[in-house]
Ligand binder design. Structure first.
Ligand SMILES: [Zn+2]
Length: 396
């Protein structure tokens, strides 16, 4: 019993040291001891172990404010690689990523409306290509997938577009590739990716990432940890009803969900419905070519139809954010996904609506920004969930 506790303490301390090395570009043993409140001897012993397994290296001498100049340590970012999968778009993408989130190589395959077993075969195809190509030891496979996910059992409970119901993806991949596998909801993955690899994020901070694409979801990070809720579906804001009366039917079966008025798909539908009111719009000249790209072009040349439709979607996102911050009071909100292409005017409308519909004190202290990793956010998140598992990093 005592031995088990000692082992547990040792692992806990080692994870704490590793976390600090990970969170700093470089750091000295003394600084780690100061932050973690571990003794200098404990830190030295742990660092020696980490250097021995090749995860950490000494990179030279830092400046001292008196006394001996400290030796700086850093993470050996290519000590281990991992495989990340983004299954949230109409093309599946897989990448080999290092411990600092740098993509080494990637494979993209179009989904072309494949669902069920055919979509699963695409996942295998990507992994079959990527895994043999990795020249460093692999930590595991991280997956960001759309829909309701049971992370602890590695189960895709329901992914509407892919027609996956209770698909045991983790067990299937473990059996085929003999590697640890972690699976996460796509928006939750984007959140933990932004937190881990994004610039200017403080250690252990709170953060919400709102992913606005064909669907809408949020990932919530509290004290540096992903908050998944009791059923794993925390952040499923796409199906909060924002048009309680007379709303449009949603793919979930309810009416007036946020997705029906603020997603990329909703925007395309809204533009089509407004064509009659704006016969002079360039979009009205090419009604069969209305998609995000053509709407973006029209929006950037100040077409009144595109502006009205885009800003309406932004208004609903702002409203949803005011609900989120009203409940959670998280002050840092990051927007990700296809709809961020509408840039500053879209962001300004979101901010304005959030301000008008929140308590003044809450609104004043809430910052809403567009994220840094639009295309790679989910890939980075799927790898971050493994990198943040410090025990896996040391033992595997
Ligand atoms: Zn819905």
């Amino acid at each position: 019993m005592e031995k088990a506790t000692r082992q547990h303490t040792k692992e806990h301390n080692r994870n704490l040291v590793l976390k600090n090395i990970f969170q700093h570009e470089s750091i000295s043993r003394a600084e780690i001891a100061r932050i973690t409140r571990l003794t200098a001897t404990t830190v030295s012993d742990i660092v020696a172990d980490l250097i021995e397994v090749g995860l950490v290296s000494e990179i030279g001498v830092g400046r001292s404010i008196g006394g001996k100049n400290p030796i700086l340590l850093n993470l050996v970012e290519d000590a281990k690689w991992l495989i990340s999968l983004d299954l949230a778009h109409n093309q599946f993408r897989g990448a080999v990523v290092n411990l600092r989130g740098k993509i080494q190589q990637s494979v993209t395959l179009p989904v072309n409306d494949r669902t069920g077993d055919e979509a699963l075969a695409l996942v295998f195809e990507i992994l079959d290509q990527l895994i043999p190509s990795a020249s460093q030891p692999l930590l595991g496979i991280g997956v960001g997938a759309p829909g309701l996910i049971n992370t602890s059992e590695g189960l895709i409970v329901h992914s509407v577009n892919l027609n996956w119901v209770n698909l045991p993806l983790t067990p299937l991949l473990k059996k085929r590739y003999h590697l640890p596998v972690y699976i996460l909801n796509d928006s939750q993955a984007a959140a933990i990716g932004e937190y881990t690899y994004g610039k200017d994020h403080q250690a252990d901070e709170d953060l919400i990432v709102i992913n606005v694409r064909h669907g809408i979801g949020a990932g919530i990070v509290i004290n540096g940890l992903l908050f998944q809720g009791d059923g794993g579906s925390a952040g499923e804001i796409g199906h909060i009803v924002v048009v309680p009366e007379g709303g449009v039917l949603c793919r979930c079966g309810k009416k007036g969900c946020l997705e029906t008025v603020a997603s990329a798909q909703a925007l395309i539908k809204r533009v089509r419905s407004l064509l009659g009111q704006y016969p002079d719009s360039p979009l009205a000249q090419v009604p069969h070519e209305i998609n995000l790209e053509t709407i973006e072009q029209a929006f950037k040349s100040d077409d009144p139809l595109a502006c009205q439709a885009v800003l309406e979607t932004a208004h609903y996102i702002g409203f949803a954010i005011s609900n989120l911050v009203g409940i959670l009071n998280i002050q840092k909100i990051v927007l990700a996904g296809d709809m961020t292409r509408f840039g500053q005017p879209w962001l300004d409308e979101i901010r304005t609506t959030m301000s008008h519909t929140s308590l003044a004190e809450v609104a004043q202290n809430t910052r809403i920004e567009i994220g840094q990793f639009s295309e790679n956010g989910i890939i980075l998140g799927a790898s971050a969930i493994m990198v943040n598992n410090y025990s896996l990093l040391f033992n595997h």
